[in-house]
Design a protein around this ligand. Structure first.
Ligand SMILES: [Zn+2]
Length: 240
């Protein structure tokens, strides 16, 4: 994979349960979190533009690593639902690859993870997206990028979106976030005056309503993300 590189060597440092996080298979040796064939599958993904159909109003350009299927889906579920925090580093590194494609030219970036409600964060073994964002930032910084993680948006309590149809989801998403007043990303970089690109981060894009809603509240403060970077796009997405 081009870009920041060397992703999966990190996995050699992990001591995880013997089941592969990607496919659930039991692997010989059992020391790595992801089996060789799942590593090959994950490394074969190339970040690309995605666009839900229909796209909700206010959705910024979105980039995803790959479809929400196979090893990528397995690794995300193992990380989020089964508490395998050791996957944060390789998944964060993969997210860094998406950012590197979404923001060409090496401009400074401010990474803004989509916030979770506190209840959702607890149910998912902690702030899983914040952790991915920190690892993605570390990976980008190691490759020479000027990068920071900021949390200018908080989530308000909201109903479980699983029970809503897509119009209901969009409505719920629009009222689910508040931005810190007057937030502006501070210029970063050695020269100190380069306007950063704001990159919204999420793990999965489905209808795009969450990303559009967070973009909307940031836009209301006078700043809007230029792009969004996610790991997985549900299979109804198509390349734009
Ligand atoms: Zn596997």
């Amino acid at each position: 994979m081009p870009g920041v590189g060397g992703l999966w060597s990190d996995l050699a440092d992990l001591v995880l349960p013997a089941d592969c996080a990607g496919c659930g298979g039991r692997q010989p040796g059992g020391r790595h979190g992801v089996c060789p064939s799942c590593v090959t599958e994950l490394e074969s993904h190339r970040p690309h533009p995605v666009r839900p159909t229909p796209a909700p109003p206010g959705l910024p350009p979105c980039f995803a690593l790959g479809p929400y299927a196979g090893a990528l889906r397995g690794a995300l579920l193992a990380y989020k639902e089964r508490g395998r925090h050791g996957l944060a580093r390789p998944l964060g590194a993969l997210l860094a690859e998406v950012v590197a494609v979404a923001v060409p030219g090496g401009r400074p970036v401010v990474l803004v993870p989509v916030p979770d409600t506190a209840a959702a964060a607890r149910a998912r073994y902690g702030d899983h997206l914040g952790r991915l964002a920190r690892h993605a930032a570390a990976r980008l910084a190691g490759a020479g990028w000027s990068v920071r993680v900021e949390r200018p948006v908080r989530a308000l309590p909201r109903p479980d979106s699983v029970t809503l149809d897509s119009a209901g989801r969009a409505e719920a998403a629009a009222s689910a976030f508040r931005a810190r007043p007057a937030w502006r990303p501070v210029p970063v970089g050695r020269r100190g005056a380069v306007e950063p690109v704001v990159v919204l981060l999420d793990d999965i894009i489905t209808t795009g309503s969450t990303i559009a809603a967070v973009n909307g509240v940031l836009a209301a403060t006078g700043r809007s993300p230029l792009v969004a970077a996610v790991l997985a796009a549900t299979v109804k997405q198509h390349h734009s």
